[in-house]
Write a protein that binds this ligand. Structure first.
Ligand SMILES: Nc1ncnc2c1ncn2[C@@H]1O[C@H](COP(=O)(O)OP(=O)(O)OP(=O)(O)O)[C@@H](O)[C@H]1O
Ligand code: NI
Length: 397
């Protein structure tokens, strides 16, 4: 049994909008183990991206993480904060959410790095690709040289330098060493002629090459956990497969863990060792790929798998199950299972708040947890909710 690099507990993130409170992520629990790809899958709007942002503490207003813990294994950090922040430390783990803001910020890079669907969200169009990656390398070098104590970090760095960096980010202050490292990283992610390509601007790169450059930038900090949110969704099928291969290769060779977010079950099946299925802000089923994909318990998972797309299938969005993802507005959400109104197996007993149940795991290595009463009992047709009753569930709320 391998160790967990991340243990997410009770993570709850809401948006406080003019229309009301949106329960985007609700009491989410999952673990990410060393050197694995953990997949998060679910329909559009199920809370995947907000979960990712919550992990790295980048939820923006009107959103806020209102509850929960993100335990990250780092013995040094734990040691350093054991006395000053005893609640934030448990053995070798720190609860990232309870660490000082500066430390949380520092963790982005060497602990967590992210890649997204759109490379231009991470790359500046007016700076050469090589220089941007070199900058990421420099930021990480400085952070490592002056770990965690931001005060000394900014002092050592110097206010003058800080101003120059923020006003004139492309003035070529990166050291030759960082520039060389950037070229190495470009080579690492399979960009041909990396030395020349380093001097080019993002618009001179193809979509696939840009995606690779973004991966190179993410690798600059040698992260423990790479969070990839729909990293290949915008790419055509061949390029998609190439980027997925690259991620697999890097994950193995760099010994990272990857949290892979996608709505594409084919991608999950191909990439992940373990998986969490999200529905309406909750993780409704999680476990090993075998347990979840071969012995799904939640009717939502069954429904998704009923139309498992091939990884070569460019189908952009899943909609395998009749009906829509429910509104996540607090005022419109009841206490019953959120899937009940779409569920072919909904019963009277589903009209209460459903906890995670342990399903009989087919693989002995891992927990298989399901937010559905069917993990505990058989489906009973005599208890089935007719469509009229289901309708009522919806309009009652
Ligand atoms: N800035 C925001 N303000 C209000 N609500 C938001 C905001 N960002 C996300 N949400 C809501 O949070 C919920 C979860 O969104 P999220 O982006 O995590 O879904 P997703 O599973 O990543 O979907 P997709 O597959 O389309 O990317 C949605 O109901 C969404 O409307
Ligand atoms: Ni998303």
């Amino acid at each position: 049994m391998s160790d967990e690099i991340l243990k997410v507990r009770d993570l709850t993130t809401r948006f406080f909008t003019e229309e009301g409170q949106v329960n985007a992520v609700e009491h989410v629990d999952f673990d990410v183990r060393d050197g694995e790809v953990f997949g998060i899958v679910g329909e559009s709007g199920s809370g995947k991206s907000v979960t990712a942002l919550s992990l790295i503490d980048l939820v923006e207003t009107p959103g806020r993480i209102v509850e929960g813990e993100v335990w990250y294994r780092d013995a040094d950090l734990a040691e350093e904060h054991r006395d000053s922040h005893p609640d934030a430390v448990d053995g070798d783990y720190v609860d990232v959410r309870q660490l000082p803001e500066a430390t949380r910020r520092w963790l982005r890079g060497p602990a967590f790095a992210t890649i997204f669907q759109d490379p231009m969200s991470s790359l500046n169009p007016s700076i050469t690709v090589g220089e941007q990656i070199a900058e990421a390398v420099e930021v990480q070098r400085r952070a490592r040289a002056n770990p965690r104590r931001t005060r000394s970090r900014t002092q050592g760095y110097g206010l003058g330098r800080l101003l120059v960096d923020s006003v004139l980010p492309s003035q070529g202050y990166v050291s030759d060493e960082s520039q060389e490292r950037a070229v190495e990283l470009l080579e690492r992610v399979g960009i041909p002629d990396p030395e020349q390509r380093a001097d080019e601007y993002p618009h001179e790169f193809s979509g696939g090459m840009l995606q690779r450059a973004m991966v190179a930038q993410a690798l600059a900090g040698e992260p423990d956990v790479l969070i990839a949110d729909e990293p290949t969704t915008a790419l055509d099928v061949t390029i998609q497969a190439q980027i997925l291969n690259l991620l697999t290769e890097l994950q193995e060779e760099e010994d990272m863990s990857v949290v892979l977010i996608t709505h594409n079950l084919g991608v999950i099946a191909r990439m992940c060792q373990r998986v969490g299925v999200m529905y309406a802000g909750e993780v409704v089923e999680r476990g090993s790929l075998e347990d979840v994909f071969e012995n799904p318990v939640h009717p939502y998972t069954e429904g998704l798998l009923g139309s498992i797309p091939d990884v070569e299938d460019p189908a952009p969005r899943l909609s395998p199950i009749e009906g829509n993802v429910p509104s996540l507005l607090d005022a419109e959400m009841g206490d019953e299972c959120y899937f009940a109104d779409r569920c072919p197996k909904a019963m009277e007993s589903c009209l209460t708040d459903i906890e995670e149940h342990e399903a009989p795991a087919a693989t002995d290595d891992t927990d298989h947890l399901v937010r559905c009463i069917l993990a505990d009992r058989e489906y009973d047709e005599s208890e089935a909710l007719g469509s009229a009753a289901k309708q009522e569930v919806i309009s009652d709320d």
